[in-house]
Design a protein around this ligand. Sequence first.
Ligand SMILES: *Cc1c(COP(=O)(O)O)cnc(C)c1O
Length: 394
Amino acid sequence: MGERKFSAFSTQAIHAGESREKYADSLTTPIFQTSTYTFKDSKEIEAYTKDNKLRFEYGRYGNPTEKIAEKRLAALEQAEDCVLFASGMMAITTTILALVHSGDHIIITDDCYKKTLEFCESYLKRFGIECTIVPFGNYELLEASIKENTCFIFSESPTNPYLNVFDLEKFSQIGRKHNVLTFIDSTFATPVNQRPLEFGIDLVMHSATKYLAGHNDILAGAVLGNKEQISRIRSLHKSMGGLIDANCAYLLLRGLKTFPLRVKQQNESTLELARYLQAHPKVEKVYYPFLESHPHYEIAKAQMAGGGGVTSFEIKGDLDAAKRFIDGMEMIYIAPSLGGVETLITHPALVSYYDYTREERYRLGIIDSLFRLAVGIEDTQDIIADLEKGFARI
Ligand SMILES: *Cc1c(COP(=O)(O)O)cnc(C)c1O
């Protein structure tokens, strides 16, 4: 089918990956709700196996709705290829398993998504894969940690909840110099704000659950890179079976149509809210990469088009004050996750780190008065009005 190429970002978000002519003259991409695909006769089977398998065969190996979503994401990230998964964690774990062999060594920075760290540190160990965790931002130690058997280095930017920004150029140079793959979780940035491949990073991953789908209604993950790497990952993916289903792929395609608009709005609203919070008498500290006070402001401005839709802040007060603050929310939902149209607030100490002792949490910087605000696309005046209801209680 005649797939079209477009050069501009917002146009790609709407049209890339699909042909103008669709099944039954449908305008939107149909949901192909099928577990398998039929062959007319033996000749068609033979043509399929000879023809480099240029059609669909069985549901776990791919679905037309899913393929279109992969092509659209590849266009937005300007990657040669993309592989989609049922969740962000499925994307990370499948990719890592496709890359490593027992006896390998991997490096990950300490500010990564909690479940990613857990997988690398605890589960991979069982298979004889050694994992070094390096403090975020320590590029010298990162380079010094590379060994003969280092297979890849994994990092994230910006990170959760402090919005630390990693120097992608420096990162890719270290990887290239030592011939080690670099792998970045770019979920918080999205291709609106940063495209790691442009900095020479080898593999980029997104929890598409967040900004790409954007409506807090599905789970999905994506990994992007060159054809060779993605085909390695796709091959294991077919055995692991963590495929995104056709309905989810459709919702992702639909979400992507407004993705550039949403993220631009979220960039703008979040900067405004970060400034409001910074000026607030009941706020101790604000973290947002596009605030001059952020330690990585310079690098954020240099490598990102916008600061993204998440800001974290510490209120003046203890755990009790924090509970009273969050209980004041009437519009803003109290929930983990980010990147959707609804504004969400989370209290990391009570949610993501509930199973840590206070001492362990504080060592990681997860203090009692810390909140993460994942800004949606409501009018900022209403978000501020809600936060004020919380502030009035402390
Ligand atoms: C949510 C998230 C993940 C995990 O993605 P799921 O879709 O929830 O599996 C990984 N990395 C980051 C930065 C995330 O925010």
